[in-house]
Ligand binder design. Structure first.
Ligand SMILES: *[C@@H]1O[C@H](CO)[C@@H](O)[C@H](O)[C@H]1NC(C)=O
Ligand SMILES: *[C@@H]1O[C@H](CO)[C@@H](O)[C@H](O)[C@H]1NC(C)=O
Ligand SMILES: *[C@@H]1O[C@H](CO)[C@@H](O)[C@H](O)[C@H]1NC(C)=O
Ligand SMILES: *[C@@H]1O[C@H](CO)[C@@H](O)[C@H](O)[C@H]1NC(C)=O
Ligand SMILES: *[C@@H]1O[C@H](CO)[C@@H](O)[C@H](O)[C@H]1NC(C)=O
Length: 790
């Protein structure tokens, strides 16, 4: 019987193979259930055929529904679907239509739930069209992510000639169990994370699909599939593929958090170890997951690259070559080790940096100032770099440590199966770390681990192990982003050149473009216009200083700036209002075309409100700088403001230098000449970086609006800047925060209102004390006038 049947099947296979690649007959070929009325673009099926033409390991059938074709199904096909080592097809209801995925609308099937009919008829379709072309058949949902490379690896290690029914086993939860009509030793493969059948299994089951469909015991599609497989193939869902019992839960990972799954942090060992991940409900999460897993793959390749470079370096050393001169090394005369030069396509990279073997002595200091100190990590961070002797471990370091530990554990456990043991990470007892800008990061970690032997003499013990880790930098990559809106691309047409050349060419064309303004004569009218917004209430003397400085920096040199003074009445000093107005009038007479505007307000003063009034005067594309009357600045800081503020992308929050009380330094800045504020003033005695001040900001108005502006409910000099900074950090905009030596906050005495409540008052006094003077200066004064203090 065997022979004739085989030949028949072979013939049938050839016939089906032929028919399946010809669409016109496809619709009429199948038996009644598979005729479709609306025709999905044949192009997609043709493309999928071409893509899959010489891959024949797996056929994936994705069950979807008409309403998900443009979202979930498209996301699947845009991401892992196109990487299946075989073919992927989408199965939906009778009248479905898609522009995006190769689709089989199953005749007589609707999108109702549970999708039992869809599932069984899909199996039947796979069987009828593809049974001889593929070794494995996967029933997948449209909310599962499959790591196709790992799936291939797994399936190539299993004998596909045997009947297999692989999936995450389910037996129903306690309430359901009695109702699923399962015996104690019976199970099913849960549908969500994907179900895999070998050809043998599908062969035995698919011909009876309709029979199973007519004898349903429950409304669970996967339970019924399991029952059908058990009945006709005589097998259960694999309890475990090998060794550890939980292996299927690990490789076919299902997350319990429903809609929220895979929308948060992906750096988790569950994600790293899984082959399929479920459920991914939102298409954007699917793309995000795809990108993340691609990133892991890139990392893996970089690691391999590094190891190969180390091999090359070691081999060449054996041959007597020095690692520092490998780029010129010749294997034999006239046969260079690297025949391709740097900057050309196919260039192999820098063995003299990448090939250096890991060692904690990779860097040897020769001078005192070259010694690289370590920082200590335990529950807290102990670092010489910081003013705080003990500090919380920042989130970036925490994440970095998490990455390192996860990689260490993956390495340690890579032979777990062979050795019959698993080692789990418990804690970092303590550690040291340092960064060397030349080669990377060194880490010494004292790890608390749990060692579990599950084969042979079983045992569980806690162990401590030291890990010496070196994270090496890889080579340099250049990615260019054109910040200018809608410019025609680079001057040189680079389309036809290889990528490597393109980058180099573009870089040089950009560099020459950008160097122009720096080396040519300064022409301020071509610079971006900066709009200063200055809130003012009283304080005429300080304002005089500010305008004096503004005149010297901006007006005399015709810098491309505008000044908006938002002037509030001040009850305590009504005179100041008049004087300030007069001062401005005087300036505008001297500089008739100088763009200075005064915006008047008779409301009670609030900084947020004042800035908002200034903002109202501007158009959306204006670059604005929020400034205070206590500030002085120089020309370089104007350049930094222009360069560090990018429309739709970046907000500049400079950290300003705050001067101490000049009275203690025998100096007076009041009414002082602008030339006093040279960079020399930045030293330990004169002032400090105002780490916690966020009031001076430079940004475009449209970005200000997208951030929601200031909270106008805060009156007086309040926390509006802190809340604004907070909003900016949470937004999609980049924050550029750096000390700017050209922006100086001149000392003014702080008055702490006696009506403030106790905690506010002590805060105010604290601020007052911290701006008084440096500790050593205060100490000098104290020691000098000890008697007075007594
Ligand atoms: C999986 O679910 C848990 C809790 O339900 C959640 O904390 C975790 O972040 C989820 N993992 C992923 C990768 O979404
Ligand atoms: C810039 O490009 C966008 C989209 O490509 C377009 O909508 C816009 O009109 C363009 N603007 C200019 C000034 O060409
Ligand atoms: C500065 O640039 C503007 C606009 O390009 C031009 O009109 C002006 O002549 C330039 N001034 C100088 C001094 O080069
Ligand atoms: C402010 O001035 C406007 C007119 O200039 C007036 O209508 C308004 O009542 C004034 N508000 C206060 C609080 O004085
Ligand atoms: C401040 O001035 C006094 C007297 O003019 C002088 O004795 C003292 O040394 C000066 N202090 C500093 C820090 O220059």
């Amino acid at each position: 019987m065997g022979r004739r049947k085989k030949i028949l099947k072979l013939l049938l296979g050839v016939l089906i193979g032929f028919v399946a690649s010809n669409f016109n007959t496809l619709t009429t070929f199948s038996e009644p259930p598979c005729a479709s009325s609306q025709i999905t673009p044949y192009r997609l099926i043709e493309e999928e055929d071409a893509r899959a033409s010489n891959k024949n390991l797996i056929f994936v059938g994705v069950m979807t529904a008409a309403k998900y074709l443009d979202t979930r199904a498209k996301a699947v096909y845009d991401t892992w679907g196109r990487e299946v080592p075989g073919k992927v097809m989408f199965f939906s209801s009778e009248f479905s239509y898609s522009e995006h995925v190769p689709l089989v609308p199953l005749a007589g099937v609707d999108d109702s739930y549970p999708p039992q009919k869809k599932s069984f008829l899909m199996l039947k379709y796979m069987y009828e069209h593809y049974i001889d072309q593929y070794e494995w058949f996967v029933r997948a949902d449209d909310d599962v992510y499959v790591r196709t490379d790992k799936l291939e690896e797994l399936l190539r290690s299993v004998d596909s000639r045997k009947p297999w029914f692989i999936g995450q086993t389910g037996r129903g939860n306690n309430e359901e169990f009695g109702q699923l009509s399962l015996d104690n030793d019976e199970n099913f493969c849960m549908g969500g994370p994907g179900v895999i059948m070998s050809r043998e299994t599908l062969k035995s089951v698919a011909p009876f699909a309709e029979q199973c469909l007519h004898q349903l015991y429950t409304t669970h599609e996967d339970v019924e599939l399991g029952r059908c497989v058990r009945r006709f193939a005589g097998i259960s869902c694999t309890w475990s593929y090998e060794a550890s019992d939980s292996i299927m839960q690990v490789i076919l990972y299902h997350n319990q958090s429903g809609e929220a799954a895979f929308s948060g942090d992906l750096k988790q060992k569950e994600v790293h170890r899984a082959i399929t991940l479920h459920p991914v409900k939102q298409p954007h999460s699917m793309y995000r997951l795809h990108k993340y897993l691609k990133g892991l793959k890139v990392q893996k390749h970089l690691q391999e690259n590094l190891l190969l470079h180390r091999d090359i370096a070691i081999s060449m050393q054996e041959l007597g070559h020095r690692i520092s001169s490998l780029d010129k090394a010749q294997i034999v005369p006239d046969l260079p080790l690297f025949p391709i030069r740097r900057g050309s396509p196919g260039y192999l990279g820098d063995t003299n940096t990448l090939g250096v073997p890991t060692s904690l002595n990779r860097y040897t200091p020769h001078r005192l100032e070259d010694v690289l100190e370590w920082e200590m990590i335990s529950k807290n961070l102990y670092s010489h770099r910081d003013l705080n002797p003990r500090r919380r471990i920042g989130s970036s370091l925490k994440e970095g440590l998490g990455d390192v530990v996860r990689e260490i554990m993956e390495l340690v456990n890579s032979y777990s199966k062979q050795r019959g043991r698993v080692i789990d990470f418990k804690d970092i007892l303590y550690g040291y770390w340092r960064v060397n800008p030349v080669y990377g990061v060194d880490l010494i970690l004292d790890l608390l681990l749990v060692y579990r032997k599950y084969r042979g003499h079983k045992m569980t013990v806690q162990v401590r192990r030291h890990a010496y880790v070196q994270q090496t930098f890889s080579g340099i990559f250049i990615r260019e982003v054109d910040y200018r809106p809608n410019t025609t691309q680079s001057l040189v047409s680079t389309e036809s050149l290889p990528v490597h050349k393109q980058i180099v060419n573009q870089l040089f064309s950009k560099i020459t473009e950008q160097l122009q303004p720096i080396f040519s004569y300064h022409n301020s009218s071509t610079e971006t216009l900066i709009n200063f917004i200055l809130p003012l209430s009283g304080r005429f003397n300080i304002f005089k200083r500010f305008m004096n400085m503004y005149e010297q920096v901006c007006l005399t040199d015709r810098e491309n700036t505008r000044l908006f003074i938002v002037l509030f009445k001040n009850e305590d000093s009504p005179e100041d209002h008049r004087l300030s107005s007069e001062l401005v009038r005087g300036l505008t007479t001297r500089y008739p075309d100088s763009p200075i505007r005064v915006v008047l307000s008779n409301e009670t003063f609030s900084r947020g409100k004042a800035l908002q009034l200034g903002v109202n005067e501007l158009s959306e594309e204006s670059l604005m700088l929020f400034i205070d009357v206590d500030m002085v600045f120089d020309k370089q800081s104007l350049q930094r403001i222009r360069r560090n503020t990018v429309l739709n992308k970046q907000v500049y929050f400079p950290i300003v230098y705050s001067l101490y009380n000049p009275g203690l330094l025998n100096r007076s800045y009041l009414g002082a000449d602008y030339s006093e504020f040279t960079p020399d003033i930045i030293n330990e005695q004169s002032g400090f970086w105002r780490q916690f001040g966020f009031g001076i900001v430079s940004l475009y108005k449209s970005d200000y609006l997208s951030l929601g502006g200031f909270n106008l409910m805060i009156s007086g000099w309040g926390y509006e800047d802190v809340t604004f900074f907070d909003n900016a950090v949470r937004s999609n905009l980049k924050i550029f925060r750096v000390a700017d030596p050209g922006l100086i906050h001149v000392f003014h005495s702080v008055k702490c209102d006696s009506r403030l409540d106790l905690s506010q008052k002590s805060m105010c006094l604290g601020t007052k004390a911290s701006t008084l003077g440096s500790v050593s200066r205060l100490q000098d004064i104290f020691l000098k006038y000890k008697d007075l203090f007594r």
